[in-house]
Design a protein. Structure first.
Length: 275
């Protein structure tokens, strides 16, 4: 299996072994672009302009050809690739075909989110284990550090899919009263998106339900200080009200109020344009 990591930093492994490529910075961006959009025809001229804009036409086309050759060599390290033949030139176009042995982390996240959003048959709903595994693939923003507008748009789309999966997993864990795993999902999202208050509210309520009210108070104190320092605003009213419930909780009725206050949105909700 050839595994491509685009979430966080770019990396390629073959059967668990890291591949040290000689693609160079521009060639690596080109490879990431092809991995992110498999099965699509891309004009050679456009690719050359995107990733070697400082070169004239002749030199950029030569650089592109060299990068494609190097990428094909990398693909060829996977025995099932038949020499990397899924990277094809068709006239003036280039296409990277998706194959069963090629796994791209960002594609796995977005594909599962699409399936979750589109699924009307409960029998086809992705399992909680599959959703949790996809969440764990998210090791950082899509191609973190790259500022090309093409990558920025995809970064936002993949992050939206990641959050959608987290919403679904959270809803299922809460329904099962599996508070420890629900808290873990919240922490994962907040490690990458610390000011998404939906997950802040949920972790506060869940910590209380899990008999960790003191930790909920410490978490809220740390979080609101960072919010005011970095953003210059206070918590949303819904978040402040939820914390007030946690702070004053001292009987069963209060616990039930917190449970009802968990603002779990419809699992898998995602706008069609984001997918």
């Amino acid at each position: 299996m050839l595994q491509v990591n685009l979430l966080g930093s770019f990396a390629i492994t073959v059967n668990g072994q890291r591949v040290h490529s000689d693609l160079g910075p521009s060639g690596q961006r080109m490879a990431a672009f092809l991995f992110a959009f498999p099965g699509r025809l891309h004009r050679r001229e456009r690719i050359a302009d995107l990733f070697w804009p400082e070169m004239n036409t002749e030199r950029s086309r030569a650089a592109l050809n060299s990068a494609l050759w190097r990428l094909r060599k990398i693909l060829g390290q996977e025995p099932e690739s038949n020499g990397g033949r899924n990277l094809r030139s068709i006239g003036d176009d280039v296409v990277l075909d998706q194959e069963s042995w090629l796994h791209v982390d960002s594609s796995a996240v977005t594909a599962l989110a699409k399936k979750l959003a589109a699924g009307s048959d409960p029998r086809e709903t992705p399992s909680l284990a599959a959703i949790r595994a996809a969440i764990e693939l998210y090791q950082g923003p899509f191609l973190d550090g790259e500022e090309n507008s093409l990558f920025l748009e995809e970064r936002e789309r993949v992050h939206t899919c990641f959050v959608t999966l987290a919403h679904n997993a959270l809803a299922r864990y809460v329904a099962q009263k599996d508070y420890a795993d629900a808290i873990a999902v919240c922490r994962t999202v907040l490690s990458f998106d610390p000011f998404r208050e939906f997950f802040v509210r949920n972790i506060l309520g869940l910590l209380c339900l899990d008999e960790q009210r003191a930790e909920a108070a410490r978490f809220f104190d740390r979080w609101q200080k960072v919010l005011r320092t970095e953003i210059g605003v206070g918590p949303m009213p819904e978040t402040a009200r939820l914390f007030q419930l946690v702070r004053e909780c001292d009987n069963y009725d209060d616990i039930e109020s917190i449970r009802r206050a968990l603002c779990l949105e419809k699992a898998g909700a995602l706008t069609s344009h984001a997918l």
